[in-house]
Design a protein around this ligand. Structure first.
Ligand SMILES: C[S@@+](CC[C@H](N)C(=O)[O-])C[C@H]1O[C@@H](n2cnc3c(N)ncnc32)[C@H](O)[C@@H]1O
Length: 285
């Protein structure tokens, strides 16, 4: 998988190119990219200006191939923050979709952590894997694995990429992992996964996040969380307004994304044990 680089022209149009591309041009002119380092300022034969930069993971996600609607940064950031995702944690996610959320979760838990992502449609998992591979190719100082063999649909179950393990299957059938720190669900019927999540989550610090576009789904999700004894249940919608700042003045953009989805977060509640029913007198003193 080819490493990428980012070209931005002086109109701020962005291009993600394979690093081995030697010439690049648009209506502003052409530049020779041979032996050009990232961080260079190039002038085209027509006097146009191109900036050669190292892409961030966010640049890659914005340009990557999509099989389904991906979560937006505003919702991803909120999930990560509300769940308090930490370096080194084990996350189980479903469904993978195009792997946008997977990529940021994988970033948040880092090399010491792990994201196990379930997807029931093998053809979506193939695209997600390619997206994960591109992200890995721009990650610094990290061993890239999993590129050795050609991928055939459905044959790469449980082959790891950096800290991501892809699983092809229906997550409503169950979660294989134990002692999971966070379960994140972006799928149509998350309530059917709540009992499995309850079983898989770490009893002391397990958290769950559910993202759904419809309020009826959010309600069913909350009902399932209540039924299975989750605590701290909270549902939010995140609305972001762009602000335009110009010489003329400052105002919100006249266009905005009106709605994406509802995010419900919760944490596991410890199970009540019979022997703990009464507080011993001496512990009260
Ligand atoms: C909205 S997309 C997820 C998008 C993803 N979060 C992203 O940012 O790219 C929902 C995905 O869940 C998958 N899915 C739906 N039900 C599933 C199930 N029961 N088990 C596993 N995957 C499922 C779908 O095939 C689809 O790819």
């Amino acid at each position: 998988m080819n490493n990428k680089r980012l070209i931005i022209d002086s109109r701020e149009k962005k291009y993600l190119l394979n690093r081995d591309v030697e010439n690049f041009g648009n209506d502003m002119g052409v530049v020779d990219l041979k032996e050009i380092d990232d961080g260079s300022y190039l002038t085209t034969h027509k006097g146009g200006e191109f900036y050669v930069l190292t892409p961030t993971i966010h640049d890659i996600v914005k340009k990557m191939k999509r099989t389904v609607t991906t979560l937006l940064p505003k919702d991803i950031g909120l999930i990560i923050a509300e769940c308090g995702v930490e370096n080194g944690e084990l996350i189980v996610e479903a469904g993978t979709g195009s792997a946008a959320l997977t990529i940021y979760l994988s970033n948040a838990v880092g090399k010491e952590g792990k994201v196990v992502t379930y997807e029931k449609r093998p053809e979506f998992a193939v695209v997600a894997r390619k997206n994960l591979e591109i992200v890995n190719s721009v990650r610094k100082n990290q061993k890239i694995t999993g590129f050795e063999e050609e991928i055939e649909e459905g044959t790469f179950e449980e082959k790891g990429l950096y800290n991501v393990i892809q699983k092809i299957g229906d997550v409503t059938d169950g979660i294989d992992e134990e002692n999971v720190d966070v379960v994140v669900l972006d799928m149509p019927d998350p309530w059917n996964v709540v009992p499995h999540a309850k079983k898989a989550l770490n009893k002391a610090k397990g958290r769950i996040a559910i993202y759904v576009p419809y309020v009826e789904q959010a309600k069913k999700g909350v009902e399932a969380l209540k039924e299975h004894g989750f605590l701290d249940i909270k549902t939010v919608e995140c609305i972001v307004r762009d602000i335009e700042i110009s010489e003329k003045g400052v105002r919100p953009s006249t266009r905005m994304i009106g709605h994406t989805g509802y995010i419900t977060t919760a944490r596991v509640c410890p199970e009540r044990k019979e022997e703990n029913k009464f507080v011993k007198k001496e512990t009260l003193e």
